[in-house]
Design a protein around this ligand. Sequence first.
Ligand SMILES: [Zn+2]
Length: 164
Amino acid sequence: MEDCCKTESRGEAPSPKKCPSCGEMGRKVQRITLESLVTPERQWCIGEHDWLFCVTSDCVVVYFAADGSSRFNEDDLKVKVHQKHPQDPSVLVCYCFQHSPDSITWELKTTGDSTVLESIKRDMQGEGCNCEQTNPQGGCCLGNVQKVLKSAKFSLDQELVKGP
Ligand SMILES: [Zn+2]
């Protein structure tokens, strides 16, 4: 097994903040996000690193240490990551209030419209909003929800055009 927690010798600051697997720039994420989402068996690997989040959908790496010494794949997390499955209807997009592309499409189909954005904005005022600890990206989901909603509307329109 690969030693995920190997710490590079101090000295030259290595690495730009690029994903060691796909080479794309990572987004900063707080350690508290990893502490709540990484499985108990892998918690010890979190250490004192600065962590970044890789959003590339076909890249296996979810989090990588800024110094390149450690990484977590999706298998190391307790949840599936929206960015890694943008087309999968069952993978949550809003982790605090449990909205998925499936639930968004269902509402569109049954009511002809979606209240998901209003609903999240309203719920954000309450206690349940805790993106740092529930959402793998460590922040607000609204941007992702907007994209999902747009693409759900688009697919439904296409279905209507094509007919049954
Ligand atoms: Zn990557």
